[in-house]
Every structure is written in structure tokens, then in C-alpha cells.
Design a protein around this ligand. Structure first.
Ligand code: ZEM
Length: 291
């Protein structure tokens, strides 16, 4: 019997090493499931983390990675999110093994793990997102439309609070992955190494000659020389627009500047609208599988 004392509740408070275990399981699954797309689920996992975060609106403080509302039909069915079920399903066994992690924290951990495992920069992480119900789903149209121009890019990313420089840095994620005709309607990869994080996207944008792809699909660009790479209309804007272009040139010539600025911008992106208890100066950095 305990007198004058409350019985101790046994609430499990996950710590850094618990999240590192979840990270390790994602990394292991990435390695094991190498028969997907160009050999990795990494790009689509990063796209999931980005689309969870990129709905943020700073004026109303709605959207963002807190909530994982893409689990629900209205948001999961938005055209921009086509194909992301593959990423959500990939993470289900991780949720089952570590039931204490929220979907919102897990999806962002998936993005962080993917970037690091694909040899990108270390991405500092904070936990503390909570899952919310479908009443928190964001309206359709908050994510960028690839057929549009620079004013659209600035409107969408400006709504999240980003500068021109950050917009260009974030665009460098298109070094990874590809477009799928059954998802966005567009087709092909941006680089020759779509499962390795590099600044090749910027180099190719500046160094290759790009022409319209002749096909029945949506307007997109292909490299004239090999006709194997692609650029979206929005990708071309970051070389055509003068303010964007100076950062494209910077990142094409300075990989370290790109890695640092991408890291800072993606940490901001992944944290938009999240009321963390964990302080900014106490973010965690996970060990990669190859460290
Ligand atoms: Zn993307 N992106 N994106 N992007 N994206 C696609 C694929 C990927 C835009 C866009 O419309 C598209 C950012 C910004 C912007 C990734 C990461 C990030 C696809 C192809 C399209 C159409 C989808 C498909 O068919 O599967 C536009 C218009 C953007 C801004 C103007 C930012 C920011 C990103 C992360 C920081 C990634 C990793 C992919 C590859 C996904 C995959 O499945 O391979």
C-alpha cells in the first residue's frame, strides 16, 4: 500500500535513442526494398514529408506537418498527393513496431532518413507532432502546380514564409526521384542519379540544352542531347527568373552551400506550424546507416 503518494503512472516517454531505432528501421527497409522505381523508396518518402508540410499557411497558421491529415480521404485524394500511398504504406510496419510514434512525426522522420540515407546533408529533427482528425484537412490547391510560372511559385512558397533563396534551395530536391504518368501526368527523372542527393539538378538546368518534349502529355522539357531527363515548367523558372537564377548558379557551383541551405530550409519546412516542446537548440541528429 502506498500512503500519501500517487501510484506512479508508467507512461513511456520516447527519447532520442527510441527515435534513432525507428530511423534505423526505415533505413533498413529502404535497403531491403530496392525493387521499387529506380531502386529506392527514398524519393517518394521525401515527397510525402514535403506534401505533409507544404500545406502550411502562415496567415491562418493552418496546415503543415502537424496532424498527418493526408491519412484521410479529402486530403489524401488531392491530385497533388497521387501516389503517396506507396510512401505511407511503406512506413506502416515502422508504425506497428514503434506504436508510440505519431504518423506526423513518422512521416517527417521518413523524409529525414531518406535524405541522409541518399547521402544528403544531416537533417536535425524535433519530435512532438500530434495526429489530428479529418476536420484539420487542408483545402485542395495549397501545393504547387508544376504547369505554372514564377508568380505561382512565389505565391505558394511565400504563403509558407520562404524567401527566393530558400525556394531555389528546396527545389534542389528534384535531384531525386522521377515523375510518373499515372500520378502527376509528367514523365521521367531530373538527373542521372535519382537515388543520390547531389546538386546535379542545378548543374543540369544550367549546362544542358532543354527543349519541349514532343508527346501527348502535359507540357514538359527534355534534355536535347539524351532525351532521357526532364524538367517541369516550374523547374525552368528557376533559371529564367533573374532573382532565382543567381541562387541556381550558386548551388550549381557550390555543393556545400547547397547542402547547408537545403538543410536549413528543409528543417524550417518540416517544422512549419508545429508547437514543439523540444527547444530549437536541442534538435536531434540521427546516425546514418553508413556512419
Ligand atoms: Zn516535387 N514534384 N515539386 N518537390 N518532388 C514531383 C516529384 C518530387 C513540384 C512538382 O509538381 C512535382 C518540391 C517542389 C516541387 C520531390 C520533392 C520536392 C513531381 C512528380 C511533381 C509533378 C510526381 C509524380 O509524378 O510522381 C513542384 C511544382 C514544386 C515546386 C515548385 C520540393 C520543395 C520538394 C522537397 C523538398 C521529390 C523527392 C519527388 C520525387 C518523387 C518520386 O516519387 O520519385
Amino acid at each position: 500500500e502506498l500512503f500519501g503518494q500517487e501510484p506512479k503512472a508508467t507512461i513511456f516517454t520516447p527519447r532520442f535513442e527510441d527515435y534513432q531505432k525507428a530511423y534505423n528501421m526505415i533505413a533498413k527497409r529502404l535497403e531491403e526494398h530496392d525493387n521499387y522505381d529506380d531502386g529506392s523508396y527514398g524519393p517518394v518518402l521525401l515527397r510525402l514529408a514535403w506534401h505533409a508540410s507544404g500545406t502550411y499557411d502562415k496567415l491562418t497558421n493552418t496546415g503543415g506537418s502537424n496532424g498527418a491529415t493526408m491519412r484521410f480521404a479529402p486530403e489524401g485524394d488531392h491530385g497533388a498527393n497521387a501516389g503517396l500511398k506507396a510512401a505511407r504504406d511503406f512506413l506502416e510496419p515502422v508504425k506497428a513496431a514503434f506504436p508510440w510514434i505519431t504518423y506526423s512525426d513518422l512521416w517527417i522522420l521518413g523524409g529525414v532518413c531518406s535524405i541522409q540515407e541518399m547521402q544528403g546533408p544531416k537533417i536535425p529533427y524535433r519530435a512532438g507532432r500530434s495526429d489530428r482528425d479529418l476536420s484539420f484537412c487542408t483545402p485542395d490547391g495549397r501545393l504547387p502546380d508544376a504547369s505554372k510560372d514564377r508568380s505561382h511559385i512565389r505565391a505558394i512558397f511565400g504563403r509558407m514564409g520562404f524567401s527566393d533563396k530558400e525556394m531555389v534551395a528546396l527545389s534542389g530536391a528534384h535531384a531525386l526521384g522521377r515523375c510518373h504518368t499515372d500520378r502527376s501526368g509528367y514523365d521521367g527523372p531530373w538527373t542521372f542519379s535519382p537515388t543520390t542527393f547531389t546538386n546535379d539538378y542545378f548543374k543540369l538546368l544550367l549546362e544542358e540544352k532543354w527543349g519541349y518534349k514532343k508527346w501527348n502529355g502535359p507540357k514538359q522539357f527534355e534534355d536535347v542531347k539524351t532525351k532521357t531527363l526532364m524538367m517541369l515548367p516550374t523547374d525552368m523558372e528557376i533559371v529564367k527568373d533573374k532573382s532565382f537564377r543567381k541562387y541556381t548558379e550558386l548551388y550549381a557551383s557550390d555543393n556545400e552551400a547547397f547542402f547547408n541551405d537545403f538543410r536549413d530550409a528543409v528543417v524550417t519546412l518540416f517544422e512549419l506550424g508545429v508547437p514543439f516542446a523540444q527547444p530549437e537548440d536541442q534538435r536531434w541528429t540521427f546516425r546514418s546507416s553508413f556512419d
